[in-house]
Design a protein around this ligand. Structure first.
Ligand code: FES
Length: 158
């Protein structure tokens, strides 16, 4: 069986920064590109980004930590994003989030020990009419309850 060579994160970062002409103004796009390519934005990549863009590490770290979209570690096989903004809260999103986290043994914003599921909170998916709303592997699921959400998760895992 052929082996897959390990991903050279530094080379990937340098390549992405070059695609953006090492422009500091493109920092957020660069971070998004990195997360899209390798699934997360590891701390180890930040010094390379800072050097390429001629920014301080603190500036890069500040942006990464400000935006909740960026993950420091790879997500699980299934990513569940549950809206906790006002309309969804009023329809029971918060206890639903607690139950789904307990069911899968995961902290909100984290990934289960077996790597099967990541549960994250988001703020309005633009699907308020079908609140409470979620995304399961980026697929919208509206009017979620335990049953509907667990069915969507099972579907994404199979
Ligand atoms: S408030 Fe939840 S989708 Fe808008």
């Amino acid at each position: 069986m052929p082996t897959v060579p390990p991903l050279d994160i530094d080379a990937t970062v340098v390549d992405i920064c070059r695609q953006h002409a090492n422009a500091p103004a493109d920092l957020i796009e660069i971070l998004h590109d990195l997360q899209e390519q390798i699934g997360h934005v590891p701390q180890s990549a930040l010094p390379t980004i800072a050097t390429a863009l001629n920014l301080s590490r603190a500036e890069v770290h500040g942006v990464v930590s400000f935006y909740h979209d960026f993950r420091e570690k790879p997500a699980g096989a299934v990513t569940v994003k549950i809206c906790r903004a006002e309309a969804c809260q009023s329809m029971g999103a918060l206890p639903l989030i607690e139950r789904i986290c307990a069911r899968h043994g995961v902290q909100l914003g984290g990934t289960s020990a077996d790597g099967r599921i990541t549960v994250e909170a988001v703020y309005c998916l633009g699907n308020c009419a079908l609140s409470p709303a979620a995304l399961v592997n980026d697929k919208p699921v509206g009017r979620i309850n335990d049953e509907r959400l667990n069915a969507a998760i099972r579907g994404a895992m199979s």
